[in-house]
Write a protein that binds this ligand. Structure first.
Ligand code: OOB
Length: 553
């Protein structure tokens, strides 16, 4: 390790790669020792006048070139250091998609601080938990411009987490301080980093309990960006639209924002991913690549029917975060051309992509293959033994950009790793002969009905094939006779007449015709206006179960 000045306890509670593995990755040229912020400084040297970022509508920032972005980031770093922030300190970052987000993120990195990448939808319970557990000293956020006043959250956070010394607000600061900028001539910025220490902390998308901080190092995140950019064949000509919340691993680095900056492309932000707004942004900026969760991809597919904007500049539309059903994948390609790329990733590391030259049939039917040949993937049964290709098992993974432990997250979180360092994803997958993985569900997301294990995902995928059903969530409800009964909550499709019920018998015979076994058929079907979603837009089963339990109490 290099002689980095004491980094405020950053290394405490961080689990690095074992030395032999780190050495192997370095020798293979995977780890380059660059700081994450060097992605931008290097591109600024090569292409100073190329557009780097364009902000969203309410942002107030025009397009910044790489030279301008680099300068703005250094000024912000200088401002933050002058305000008393020290290298290695953790800082909660929570901003909507905007050029200001990009400048603050790079400013924090450039100052050697370690941003904790929270999403705009997080509230005091997640923010205070993450602040306390990471030992954060500052909270950087924005005013109430976008419908929620983060300044109030900041005030409560200071009361609850005394370690928070600073609050900086983008926009009207209210009782707090504005985000500081300063002249870089007056403040020395750290020139180097320890590349095997965390550059930033991602937040787990967890559907159980509170989110856990995920330490991503300079070396691993620079690699993640570069490999992802290569697989998506990004060049300086590409325009990436950050439509999902930018602090999430998918839009941030798969290839997302950092991947686009790696090759000198242009990142356009929007904080409104609905088609009526996003399609205009695509047309105006000639966007070539973007990333969506499946629920949004469905909405975009439908909107091509009526939105007048020309979105033919899109060459890759990435979909991931939860399972994209076969019919939805086909419909997406039919609406927009052969542009869909499935992405199966996790903030903890492993990212799988379908490749741009994969046959469309394969792209529609699987979630992708690991991005690096150094990814070690095992698919195991409940005893931890490898299953043959084609059979379902839990995905375990270790590799150059997959973490070896959560950051300061305690004993229980350590259970997520095997003794030999594999991350237990909790995802049920099947490996095809081509090496591509098909995600079949979450290993624990099952209903145990009359002693039979029913995978929720299997029933959900079949339900969404029903012409009247757009989205479905299957939940086990405690039942005196069956142990659990299968409850299906469904959102109706646009063609279904509003207010008209969906008959249970009709659904059951539809599923039976599709070949679903009798013990997997729902015992009840409820139409709901929408399903609760997580901060990134995945169906939130934890909330759904709690709501259902309350109703049944
Ligand atoms: C991405 O990251 P996270 O950390 O929010 O969530 C990871 C989990 C995975 O373990 C899996 O359960 C699920 O989300 N997931 C998918 C999926 N992509 C993620 N399940 C089925 N099909 C997919 N395509 O969600 C994430 C990170 C980087 C890139 C893309 C997604």
């Amino acid at each position: 390790m290099s002689e980095t000045p004491q980094l405020d306890g950053l290394a405490d509670g961080y689990v690095p790669h074992p030395e032999t593995a780190a050495k192997r990755y370095a020798e293979a040229g995977l780890f380059t020792g660059r700081a994450l912020w060097q992605i931008v400084t290097d591109t600024a040297t090569r292409l100073p006048d190329a557009p780097a970022v364009t902000g969203a509508g309410t942002d107030g920032h025009r397009t910044l070139t790489y030279a301008e972005l680099d300068r703005a980031a250094r000024a912000r770093a200088a401002g933050l250091l002058s305000a008393g922030l020290r290298p290695g300190e953790r800082v909660i970052l929570q901003q909507h998609n905007s050029a200001a987000f990009a400048i603050t993120l790079l400013g924090l990195l450039r100052a050697g601080a370690v941003p904790v990448m929270t999403l705009p939808a997080h509230r005091i319970s997640e923010i205070s938990h993450l602040a306390a557990c990471t030992g954060a000293v500052a909270y950087v956020t924005e005013d109430g411009r976008r419908g929620y006043d983060y300044r109030n959250l900041a005030t409560t956070l200071r009361e609850r987490v005394p370690g928070i010394r600073h609050v900086f607000i983008d926009g009207e600061p209210g009782d707090h301080l504005p985000i500081p900028d300063a002249d870089t001539a007056d403040v020395a910025l750290p020139e180097s980093v320890d590349p095997d220490l965390p550059a930033l902390l991602l937040v787990s998308g967890g559907t159980t309990g509170l989110p856990k901080p995920i330490p991503r190092t300079h070396d691993d995140y620079v690699l993640n960006a570069a490999l992802s950019a290569e697989i998506t064949q990004l060049t300086a000509e590409d325009v990436y639209l950050a439509a999902l919340p930018a602090a999430h691993n998918f839009p941030l680095c798969c290839p997302g924002i950092f991947g686009t900056w790696t090759v000198g492309g242009h990142v356009v932000f929007t904080d409104n991913p609905s088609p009526d707004s996003a399609f205009d942004v695509i047309e105006a900026n000639k966007v070539t690549v973007t990333a969506l969760v499946p629920a949004l991809a469905q909405v975009w597919t439908a909107a091509t029917e009526w939105e007048p904007a020309d979105v033919s500049s899109l060459r890759v539309l990435q979909v991931g975060g939860s399972k994209l059903g076969l019919a939805d994948a086909q419909a997406l390609d039919a609406a927009l051309g052969p542009v869909t790329q499935q992405v199966f990733g996790m903030a903890e590391g492993l990212v799988c992509y379908t490749r741009l030259d994969d046959p469309r049939e394969l792209v529609h039917r699987c979630q992708g293959a690991p991005m690096s040949e150094y990814d070690e993937v095992r698919i195991v049964d409940e005893n931890g033994d490898d299953v043959p290709d084609g059979e379902e098992g839990e995905l375990l993974v270790r590799g150059p950009y997959t973490i070896r432990g959560y950051y300061r997250a305690g004993e229980q979180a350590a259970q997520s790793f095997t003794p030999d360092g594999y991350y237990r994803s909790g995802d049920a997958v099947r490996r095809q002969e081509t090496g591509h993985l098909a995600v079949t569900g979450r290993i624990k997301d099952t209903v145990v009905r009359a002693g039979e294990n029913v995978a929720a995902d299997d029933v959900e995928e079949n339900l969404t094939a029903h012409p009247s059903i757009r989205q479905a969530a299957v939940i086990g409800v405690p039942d005196a006779d069956l142990g659990e009964r299968i409850s299906a909550l469904v959102v109706t499709s646009h063609d279904h007449p509003p207010g008209e019920p969906i008959a249970l018998n009709d659904v059951r015979s539809f599923l039976t015709d599709r070949g679903l076994a009798a013990f997997k058929l729902p015992d009840e079907v409820h139409i709901v206006p929408s399903l609760p979603i997580t901060a990134i837009g995945k169906v939130d089963k934890k909330t759904l179960r709690a709501e259902l339990a309350k109703e049944n109490a």
